[in-house]
Design a protein around this ligand. Structure first.
Ligand code: GUN
Ligand code: ZN
Length: 455
Protein backbone atom coordinates (compact mmCIF):
# COMPACT_ATOMS: atom_id res chain seq x y z
CA UNK A 1 0.00 0.00 0.00
CA UNK A 2 1.68 3.30 -1.06
CA UNK A 3 2.02 5.68 1.86
CA UNK A 4 2.77 8.91 0.04
CA UNK A 5 1.17 11.98 1.60
CA UNK A 6 1.45 15.25 -0.27
CA UNK A 7 0.74 18.60 1.31
CA UNK A 8 -0.50 21.23 -1.15
CA UNK A 9 0.04 24.74 0.13
CA UNK A 10 -1.72 27.87 -1.17
CA UNK A 11 -4.60 30.31 -0.74
CA UNK A 12 -7.38 27.74 -0.61
CA UNK A 13 -10.93 28.72 -1.59
CA UNK A 14 -13.50 26.05 -0.79
CA UNK A 15 -17.09 26.69 -1.99
CA UNK A 16 -19.72 24.91 0.11
CA UNK A 17 -22.99 26.48 -1.15
CA UNK A 18 -23.98 29.32 -3.53
CA UNK A 19 -23.46 31.78 -0.66
CA UNK A 20 -21.05 30.01 1.68
CA UNK A 21 -17.38 29.16 1.50
CA UNK A 22 -14.20 28.62 3.49
CA UNK A 23 -11.03 30.55 2.70
CA UNK A 24 -7.56 29.91 4.05
CA UNK A 25 -5.10 32.66 3.08
CA UNK A 26 -2.21 30.58 4.39
CA UNK A 27 -3.91 27.28 3.72
CA UNK A 28 -3.17 23.73 2.69
CA UNK A 29 -4.71 20.36 2.05
CA UNK A 30 -3.28 16.89 2.39
CA UNK A 31 -3.75 14.27 -0.32
CA UNK A 32 -2.89 10.59 -0.26
CA UNK A 33 -1.33 8.37 -2.92
CA UNK A 34 -4.76 7.76 -4.47
CA UNK A 35 -5.25 11.51 -4.93
CA UNK A 36 -7.90 11.72 -2.18
CA UNK A 37 -8.14 14.64 0.22
CA UNK A 38 -7.35 13.69 3.83
CA UNK A 39 -7.35 17.09 5.55
CA UNK A 40 -7.97 20.78 4.72
CA UNK A 41 -7.15 23.84 6.80
CA UNK A 42 -4.47 26.28 7.92
CA UNK A 43 -0.94 25.49 6.71
CA UNK A 44 0.75 25.99 10.12
CA UNK A 45 -1.52 23.28 11.57
CA UNK A 46 -1.47 20.85 8.68
CA UNK A 47 2.31 20.91 8.24
CA UNK A 48 2.59 19.24 11.64
CA UNK A 49 0.83 16.09 10.42
CA UNK A 50 3.13 13.05 10.65
CA UNK A 51 4.31 11.29 7.50
CA UNK A 52 4.14 14.13 4.92
CA UNK A 53 6.40 13.00 2.08
CA UNK A 54 6.31 16.13 -0.08
CA UNK A 55 5.01 19.72 -0.05
CA UNK A 56 3.86 21.46 -3.23
CA UNK A 57 4.30 25.10 -2.39
CA UNK A 58 1.85 27.38 -4.24
CA UNK A 59 1.67 29.84 -1.37
CA UNK A 60 1.56 32.89 -3.68
CA UNK A 61 -1.32 31.42 -5.68
CA UNK A 62 -5.06 30.93 -5.34
CA UNK A 63 -6.23 27.32 -5.37
CA UNK A 64 -9.78 26.50 -6.48
CA UNK A 65 -11.58 23.22 -7.10
CA UNK A 66 -11.32 22.19 -10.77
CA UNK A 67 -13.95 23.80 -13.00
CA UNK A 68 -16.86 21.69 -14.22
CA UNK A 69 -18.42 22.25 -17.65
CA UNK A 70 -21.77 20.43 -17.84
CA UNK A 71 -22.49 21.01 -21.53
CA UNK A 72 -20.14 21.22 -24.51
CA UNK A 73 -19.78 19.86 -28.09
CA UNK A 74 -16.29 18.57 -28.98
CA UNK A 75 -16.62 18.60 -32.81
CA UNK A 76 -17.76 22.23 -32.73
CA UNK A 77 -14.45 23.59 -31.36
CA UNK A 78 -13.38 25.00 -34.78
CA UNK A 79 -16.56 27.08 -35.31
CA UNK A 80 -16.46 29.05 -32.08
CA UNK A 81 -17.36 32.67 -32.66
CA UNK A 82 -18.73 32.13 -36.19
CA UNK A 83 -22.09 33.82 -36.18
CA UNK A 84 -25.04 32.93 -38.43
CA UNK A 85 -28.24 34.21 -36.85
CA UNK A 86 -30.21 32.12 -34.41
CA UNK A 87 -30.13 28.43 -33.50
CA UNK A 88 -31.59 26.59 -36.51
CA UNK A 89 -29.79 28.74 -39.10
CA UNK A 90 -26.53 28.45 -37.17
CA UNK A 91 -26.87 24.65 -36.89
CA UNK A 92 -27.34 24.37 -40.68
CA UNK A 93 -24.65 26.89 -41.58
CA UNK A 94 -21.87 25.85 -39.18
CA UNK A 95 -22.61 23.11 -36.64
CA UNK A 96 -23.80 20.33 -38.96
CA UNK A 97 -21.02 20.81 -41.57
CA UNK A 98 -18.27 20.78 -38.91
CA UNK A 99 -19.80 17.64 -37.40
CA UNK A 100 -19.77 16.02 -40.87
CA UNK A 101 -16.00 16.58 -40.96
CA UNK A 102 -15.70 14.60 -37.71
CA UNK A 103 -16.45 11.42 -39.71
CA UNK A 104 -12.72 11.32 -40.52
CA UNK A 105 -11.05 9.54 -37.58
CA UNK A 106 -7.61 11.05 -38.23
CA UNK A 107 -9.08 14.54 -38.02
CA UNK A 108 -11.22 13.44 -35.04
CA UNK A 109 -8.11 12.29 -33.19
CA UNK A 110 -6.19 15.54 -33.54
CA UNK A 111 -9.26 17.68 -32.78
CA UNK A 112 -10.13 15.57 -29.72
CA UNK A 113 -6.58 15.87 -28.34
CA UNK A 114 -6.67 19.64 -28.87
CA UNK A 115 -10.11 19.87 -27.26
CA UNK A 116 -9.18 18.12 -24.01
CA UNK A 117 -5.78 19.85 -23.78
CA UNK A 118 -7.58 23.21 -24.21
CA UNK A 119 -10.08 22.37 -21.48
CA UNK A 120 -7.29 21.59 -19.02
CA UNK A 121 -5.44 24.79 -19.95
CA UNK A 122 -8.65 26.66 -19.13
CA UNK A 123 -8.94 25.03 -15.70
CA UNK A 124 -11.70 22.55 -16.56
CA UNK A 125 -11.25 19.16 -14.88
CA UNK A 126 -14.69 17.63 -15.55
CA UNK A 127 -16.80 17.97 -18.70
CA UNK A 128 -20.04 16.57 -20.09
CA UNK A 129 -19.46 16.31 -23.81
CA UNK A 130 -21.30 15.64 -27.08
CA UNK A 131 -19.37 13.88 -29.80
CA UNK A 132 -20.93 13.54 -33.30
CA UNK A 133 -23.13 10.78 -34.75
CA UNK A 134 -20.03 8.83 -35.84
CA UNK A 135 -19.25 5.71 -33.83
CA UNK A 136 -15.60 5.31 -34.88
CA UNK A 137 -14.76 8.97 -34.24
CA UNK A 138 -16.53 8.82 -30.88
CA UNK A 139 -14.28 5.88 -29.97
CA UNK A 140 -11.34 8.07 -30.97
CA UNK A 141 -12.68 10.93 -28.83
CA UNK A 142 -12.97 8.58 -25.83
CA UNK A 143 -9.36 7.48 -26.36
CA UNK A 144 -8.30 11.14 -26.29
CA UNK A 145 -10.39 11.71 -23.14
CA UNK A 146 -8.64 8.78 -21.48
CA UNK A 147 -5.22 10.04 -22.56
CA UNK A 148 -6.02 13.51 -21.16
CA UNK A 149 -6.65 12.15 -17.66
CA UNK A 150 -9.81 14.25 -17.42
CA UNK A 151 -13.12 13.33 -15.86
CA UNK A 152 -15.33 13.05 -18.95
CA UNK A 153 -18.98 12.12 -19.43
CA UNK A 154 -19.51 11.78 -23.17
CA UNK A 155 -21.78 10.23 -25.76
CA UNK A 156 -22.35 9.74 -29.46
CA UNK A 157 -25.06 12.05 -30.82
CA UNK A 158 -28.24 10.13 -31.78
CA UNK A 159 -30.14 11.63 -34.70
CA UNK A 160 -32.58 9.92 -37.11
CA UNK A 161 -34.60 12.82 -38.56
CA UNK A 162 -34.50 16.52 -39.54
CA UNK A 163 -30.77 16.84 -40.10
CA UNK A 164 -28.59 16.76 -43.26
CA UNK A 165 -28.71 13.35 -44.96
CA UNK A 166 -25.02 12.72 -44.26
CA UNK A 167 -25.62 12.92 -40.50
CA UNK A 168 -28.84 10.92 -40.35
CA UNK A 169 -28.71 7.46 -38.83
CA UNK A 170 -30.86 4.43 -39.17
CA UNK A 171 -32.78 4.28 -35.87
CA UNK A 172 -31.73 0.71 -34.98
CA UNK A 173 -28.09 1.38 -35.91
CA UNK A 174 -28.02 4.49 -33.73
CA UNK A 175 -29.27 2.46 -30.77
CA UNK A 176 -26.83 -0.41 -31.35
CA UNK A 177 -23.83 1.89 -31.85
CA UNK A 178 -24.67 3.78 -28.62
CA UNK A 179 -24.92 0.51 -26.74
CA UNK A 180 -21.55 -0.70 -28.09
CA UNK A 181 -19.88 2.57 -27.07
CA UNK A 182 -21.41 2.48 -23.58
CA UNK A 183 -20.19 -1.12 -23.15
CA UNK A 184 -16.68 -0.12 -24.21
CA UNK A 185 -16.30 3.10 -22.26
CA UNK A 186 -18.69 3.49 -19.33
CA UNK A 187 -16.60 3.29 -16.14
CA UNK A 188 -13.21 3.26 -17.94
CA UNK A 189 -10.03 4.89 -16.62
CA UNK A 190 -10.90 4.05 -13.02
CA UNK A 191 -14.38 5.51 -13.44
CA UNK A 192 -13.12 8.88 -14.68
CA UNK A 193 -15.02 8.16 -17.91
CA UNK A 194 -18.79 7.68 -18.05
CA UNK A 195 -21.24 7.29 -20.88
CA UNK A 196 -24.10 9.69 -21.66
CA UNK A 197 -26.80 8.59 -24.11
CA UNK A 198 -27.16 11.61 -26.33
CA UNK A 199 -30.40 12.07 -28.31
CA UNK A 200 -29.59 15.51 -29.76
CA UNK A 201 -33.04 17.09 -29.25
CA UNK A 202 -36.69 16.21 -29.88
CA UNK A 203 -36.54 17.78 -33.34
CA UNK A 204 -33.86 15.43 -34.67
CA UNK A 205 -35.04 12.26 -32.91
CA UNK A 206 -38.03 10.04 -33.61
CA UNK A 207 -40.15 8.97 -30.66
CA UNK A 208 -38.67 5.46 -31.04
CA UNK A 209 -35.12 6.83 -30.72
CA UNK A 210 -35.95 8.93 -27.65
CA UNK A 211 -37.59 5.91 -26.00
CA UNK A 212 -34.57 3.76 -26.82
CA UNK A 213 -32.22 6.34 -25.26
CA UNK A 214 -34.29 6.21 -22.05
CA UNK A 215 -34.22 2.38 -22.06
CA UNK A 216 -30.47 2.21 -22.65
CA UNK A 217 -29.84 4.66 -19.82
CA UNK A 218 -31.80 2.45 -17.42
CA UNK A 219 -29.79 -0.61 -18.51
CA UNK A 220 -26.39 0.99 -17.76
CA UNK A 221 -26.21 1.88 -14.05
CA UNK A 222 -24.81 5.38 -13.43
CA UNK A 223 -24.95 6.30 -17.12
CA UNK A 224 -26.48 9.63 -18.14
CA UNK A 225 -28.78 11.20 -20.72
CA UNK A 226 -27.96 14.56 -22.25
CA UNK A 227 -30.10 16.57 -24.66
CA UNK A 228 -31.39 20.09 -25.42
CA UNK A 229 -34.66 21.57 -24.16
CA UNK A 230 -36.54 24.75 -25.01
CA UNK A 231 -33.63 26.86 -26.23
CA UNK A 232 -35.16 28.91 -29.04
CA UNK A 233 -38.72 29.99 -29.96
CA UNK A 234 -38.59 28.71 -33.58
CA UNK A 235 -37.18 25.38 -32.36
CA UNK A 236 -40.14 25.10 -29.95
CA UNK A 237 -42.64 25.82 -32.77
CA UNK A 238 -41.02 23.13 -34.93
CA UNK A 239 -41.15 20.60 -32.08
CA UNK A 240 -44.85 21.43 -31.65
CA UNK A 241 -45.48 20.88 -35.38
CA UNK A 242 -43.78 17.51 -35.15
CA UNK A 243 -45.21 16.19 -31.90
CA UNK A 244 -48.55 18.12 -31.75
CA UNK A 245 -49.37 20.64 -29.07
CA UNK A 246 -51.10 18.40 -26.55
CA UNK A 247 -47.68 17.85 -24.96
CA UNK A 248 -45.17 20.46 -23.85
CA UNK A 249 -41.53 20.12 -24.95
CA UNK A 250 -40.62 18.84 -21.47
CA UNK A 251 -43.51 16.32 -21.53
CA UNK A 252 -42.18 14.80 -24.76
CA UNK A 253 -39.00 13.87 -22.89
CA UNK A 254 -41.03 12.71 -19.89
CA UNK A 255 -43.26 10.40 -21.96
CA UNK A 256 -40.27 8.88 -23.71
CA UNK A 257 -38.51 8.14 -20.39
CA UNK A 258 -35.72 10.66 -20.85
CA UNK A 259 -36.13 12.73 -17.66
CA UNK A 260 -34.55 11.91 -14.31
CA UNK A 261 -31.73 12.72 -11.88
CA UNK A 262 -29.05 11.64 -14.36
CA UNK A 263 -30.44 13.67 -17.24
CA UNK A 264 -28.85 17.00 -18.12
CA UNK A 265 -30.98 19.14 -20.42
CA UNK A 266 -29.24 22.15 -21.94
CA UNK A 267 -30.80 25.62 -21.82
CA UNK A 268 -34.44 25.44 -20.61
CA UNK A 269 -35.06 29.08 -21.42
CA UNK A 270 -38.70 29.28 -22.54
CA UNK A 271 -40.34 27.00 -19.98
CA UNK A 272 -43.86 27.25 -18.54
CA UNK A 273 -44.37 26.86 -14.80
CA UNK A 274 -45.85 23.37 -15.45
CA UNK A 275 -42.63 22.40 -17.19
CA UNK A 276 -40.53 23.77 -14.32
CA UNK A 277 -42.58 21.62 -11.91
CA UNK A 278 -42.01 18.59 -14.14
CA UNK A 279 -38.24 19.21 -14.08
CA UNK A 280 -38.36 19.48 -10.30
CA UNK A 281 -40.47 16.36 -9.69
CA UNK A 282 -38.40 14.27 -12.11
CA UNK A 283 -35.16 15.70 -10.57
CA UNK A 284 -33.89 16.55 -14.05
CA UNK A 285 -30.83 18.84 -14.19
CA UNK A 286 -30.27 21.88 -16.39
CA UNK A 287 -27.09 23.10 -18.09
CA UNK A 288 -27.22 26.89 -18.13
CA UNK A 289 -25.14 28.22 -21.04
CA UNK A 290 -25.24 32.04 -20.87
CA UNK A 291 -22.52 32.77 -23.46
CA UNK A 292 -24.41 30.59 -25.96
CA UNK A 293 -27.77 32.16 -25.08
CA UNK A 294 -26.22 35.54 -25.89
CA UNK A 295 -24.35 34.45 -29.02
CA UNK A 296 -27.36 32.68 -30.58
CA UNK A 297 -29.83 35.28 -29.25
CA UNK A 298 -31.82 32.44 -27.70
CA UNK A 299 -33.21 34.36 -24.72
CA UNK A 300 -32.73 34.92 -21.02
CA UNK A 301 -32.43 32.10 -18.48
CA UNK A 302 -35.00 32.72 -15.76
CA UNK A 303 -32.66 32.42 -12.78
CA UNK A 304 -35.23 33.73 -10.24
CA UNK A 305 -37.63 30.95 -11.32
CA UNK A 306 -34.95 28.25 -11.09
CA UNK A 307 -34.04 29.50 -7.63
CA UNK A 308 -37.71 29.55 -6.59
CA UNK A 309 -38.34 25.99 -7.83
CA UNK A 310 -34.99 24.70 -6.51
CA UNK A 311 -34.17 23.03 -9.83
CA UNK A 312 -30.50 21.99 -9.93
CA UNK A 313 -28.55 23.76 -12.65
CA UNK A 314 -24.89 24.47 -13.42
CA UNK A 315 -22.77 26.11 -16.09
CA UNK A 316 -22.00 24.91 -19.60
CA UNK A 317 -19.77 26.48 -22.24
CA UNK A 318 -21.90 24.97 -25.05
CA UNK A 319 -18.94 25.13 -27.45
CA UNK A 320 -19.42 26.22 -30.28
CA UNK A 321 -22.87 27.87 -29.67
CA UNK A 322 -20.96 29.54 -26.85
CA UNK A 323 -17.62 30.99 -28.02
CA UNK A 324 -15.73 30.74 -24.70
CA UNK A 325 -13.96 27.62 -23.50
CA UNK A 326 -13.06 29.21 -20.19
CA UNK A 327 -15.70 28.90 -17.50
CA UNK A 328 -14.64 32.21 -15.90
CA UNK A 329 -16.05 33.87 -19.04
CA UNK A 330 -19.22 31.80 -18.72
CA UNK A 331 -19.51 32.82 -15.05
CA UNK A 332 -19.28 36.47 -16.01
CA UNK A 333 -21.99 35.98 -18.65
CA UNK A 334 -24.19 34.28 -16.06
CA UNK A 335 -24.44 37.62 -14.26
CA UNK A 336 -24.61 39.74 -17.43
CA UNK A 337 -27.49 37.68 -18.82
CA UNK A 338 -29.60 38.42 -15.74
CA UNK A 339 -30.08 42.06 -16.75
CA UNK A 340 -33.61 41.33 -18.01
CA UNK A 341 -34.83 39.28 -15.03
CA UNK A 342 -33.06 41.47 -12.45
CA UNK A 343 -31.34 38.43 -10.94
CA UNK A 344 -28.05 39.39 -9.33
CA UNK A 345 -25.25 36.81 -9.37
CA UNK A 346 -22.41 37.26 -6.90
CA UNK A 347 -18.91 36.11 -7.95
CA UNK A 348 -19.16 33.48 -5.19
CA UNK A 349 -22.36 32.06 -6.61
CA UNK A 350 -20.88 32.04 -10.12
CA UNK A 351 -17.80 30.14 -8.87
CA UNK A 352 -20.09 27.71 -7.01
CA UNK A 353 -22.10 26.99 -10.18
CA UNK A 354 -18.86 26.28 -12.06
CA UNK A 355 -17.53 23.91 -9.36
CA UNK A 356 -19.64 22.23 -6.64
CA UNK A 357 -22.91 23.14 -8.41
CA UNK A 358 -21.60 21.34 -11.52
CA UNK A 359 -20.62 18.29 -9.46
CA UNK A 360 -24.15 18.16 -8.01
CA UNK A 361 -25.78 18.44 -11.43
CA UNK A 362 -23.65 15.47 -12.56
CA UNK A 363 -24.29 13.49 -9.31
CA UNK A 364 -20.53 13.62 -8.69
CA UNK A 365 -20.66 15.66 -5.49
CA UNK A 366 -19.18 12.79 -3.43
CA UNK A 367 -16.23 12.70 -5.80
CA UNK A 368 -15.32 16.24 -6.86
CA UNK A 369 -16.42 19.91 -6.76
CA UNK A 370 -14.71 21.15 -3.59
CA UNK A 371 -12.07 20.34 -0.97
CA UNK A 372 -14.13 18.07 1.28
CA UNK A 373 -12.22 15.25 3.00
CA UNK A 374 -12.65 11.99 1.06
CA UNK A 375 -13.12 13.61 -2.36
CA UNK A 376 -10.65 13.46 -5.23
CA UNK A 377 -8.08 16.25 -5.34
CA UNK A 378 -9.30 17.92 -8.56
CA UNK A 379 -7.94 21.47 -8.37
CA UNK A 380 -6.44 24.41 -10.22
CA UNK A 381 -3.63 26.78 -9.29
CA UNK A 382 -4.33 30.36 -10.34
CA UNK A 383 -2.27 33.50 -10.65
CA UNK A 384 -4.72 36.25 -9.71
CA UNK A 385 -1.95 38.77 -9.00
CA UNK A 386 -1.81 39.62 -12.68
CA UNK A 387 -5.41 40.86 -12.49
CA UNK A 388 -4.61 43.59 -10.02
CA UNK A 389 -1.99 46.21 -10.73
CA UNK A 390 -1.96 47.85 -7.30
CA UNK A 391 -2.56 45.42 -4.47
CA UNK A 392 -1.22 42.03 -3.46
CA UNK A 393 -3.56 39.20 -2.45
CA UNK A 394 -2.85 40.05 1.19
CA UNK A 395 -4.32 43.56 0.70
CA UNK A 396 -7.59 42.31 -0.78
CA UNK A 397 -10.61 40.41 0.51
CA UNK A 398 -11.42 37.05 -1.08
CA UNK A 399 -14.63 38.65 -2.41
CA UNK A 400 -12.52 41.20 -4.31
CA UNK A 401 -10.10 38.55 -5.61
CA UNK A 402 -12.94 36.36 -6.90
CA UNK A 403 -14.77 39.33 -8.37
CA UNK A 404 -11.74 40.20 -10.50
CA UNK A 405 -11.35 36.53 -11.42
CA UNK A 406 -14.97 36.26 -12.60
CA UNK A 407 -15.06 39.58 -14.47
CA UNK A 408 -11.50 39.60 -15.88
CA UNK A 409 -10.22 36.03 -15.67
CA UNK A 410 -9.48 33.51 -18.40
CA UNK A 411 -6.84 30.89 -19.19
CA UNK A 412 -4.06 33.40 -18.42
CA UNK A 413 -4.74 32.83 -14.73
CA UNK A 414 -4.46 29.02 -14.92
CA UNK A 415 -0.95 27.93 -13.90
CA UNK A 416 -1.57 24.24 -13.18
CA UNK A 417 -4.43 21.75 -13.33
CA UNK A 418 -4.63 18.58 -11.22
CA UNK A 419 -7.08 15.68 -11.41
CA UNK A 420 -7.14 12.98 -8.71
CA UNK A 421 -3.94 14.46 -7.37
CA UNK A 422 -2.09 14.13 -10.70
CA UNK A 423 -0.77 17.16 -12.53
CA UNK A 424 -2.40 17.06 -15.98
CA UNK A 425 -1.48 20.55 -17.19
CA UNK A 426 1.24 23.08 -16.44
CA UNK A 427 1.53 26.47 -18.12
CA UNK A 428 4.87 26.98 -19.85
CA UNK A 429 7.10 29.04 -17.54
CA UNK A 430 7.33 31.99 -19.93
CA UNK A 431 3.56 32.47 -19.74
CA UNK A 432 3.35 32.78 -15.98
CA UNK A 433 2.53 36.48 -16.44
CA UNK A 434 4.40 37.40 -13.31
CA UNK A 435 6.37 40.18 -15.00
CA UNK A 436 4.03 42.72 -13.50
CA UNK A 437 4.58 41.44 -10.00
CA UNK A 438 8.33 41.53 -10.53
CA UNK A 439 7.95 45.09 -11.72
CA UNK A 440 6.06 45.97 -8.56
CA UNK A 441 8.61 44.49 -6.21
CA UNK A 442 11.70 45.39 -8.23
CA UNK A 443 11.27 48.74 -10.04
CA UNK A 444 13.44 48.85 -13.18
CA UNK A 445 16.95 49.85 -12.23
CA UNK A 446 17.78 52.77 -14.52
CA UNK A 447 21.44 52.61 -13.63
CA UNK A 448 21.71 49.13 -15.12
CA UNK A 449 20.10 50.01 -18.43
CA UNK A 450 22.58 50.40 -21.28
CA UNK A 451 23.78 53.97 -21.89
CA UNK A 452 22.20 55.81 -24.80
CA UNK A 453 24.36 55.64 -27.90
CA UNK A 454 25.20 59.12 -29.21
CA UNK A 455 27.13 60.04 -32.32
N1 GUN B 1 -29.78 22.12 -30.21
C1 GUN B 1 -29.57 21.00 -30.93
N2 GUN B 1 -28.29 20.86 -31.27
C2 GUN B 1 -27.65 21.93 -30.75
C3 GUN B 1 -26.28 22.34 -30.77
O1 GUN B 1 -25.39 21.71 -31.34
N3 GUN B 1 -26.01 23.51 -30.11
C4 GUN B 1 -26.96 24.23 -29.47
N4 GUN B 1 -26.63 25.36 -28.84
N5 GUN B 1 -28.24 23.84 -29.45
C5 GUN B 1 -28.59 22.72 -30.08
ZN1 ZN C 1 -25.54 22.30 -26.95
Amino acid sequence: MPTEKILVRGKIYNPTSPSQWEYYTNGAFLMNALGRIEAVGEYPLLKQIQGITMTLDFSDYLILPGLIDVHTHLPQLPIRGKTAGTLLDWLNRYAFPVEEAFADTVYAESLSRLFFESLKANGTTTAMVYSSVHEASTNTAFEAAQYSGMRVIMGKVMMDQHAPQSLLENTKESILASERLAKSWHGENNDLIRYAFTPRFALSCSQELLEAAGDLHRRFPESYIQSHLSENLTEIEEVEKLYGNQYSYTQIYQHTGCLGPRTVMAHGIHLSSEELVLLLTSQTRIAHCPTSNFFLKSGFFNLPAFRKYHIPFALGSDIGGGPDLCLFRVMRAMDEMQLKNHGFVSPMEAIYQGTLGGAKVLSLEDETGNFQVGKSADFIVLNTQNLNCLETAEDQSIEEILSQLVYLGDSSQVIKTFIRGQEVYSKPEADFSTEFIKFQTHPPNVLQSPPLQTR
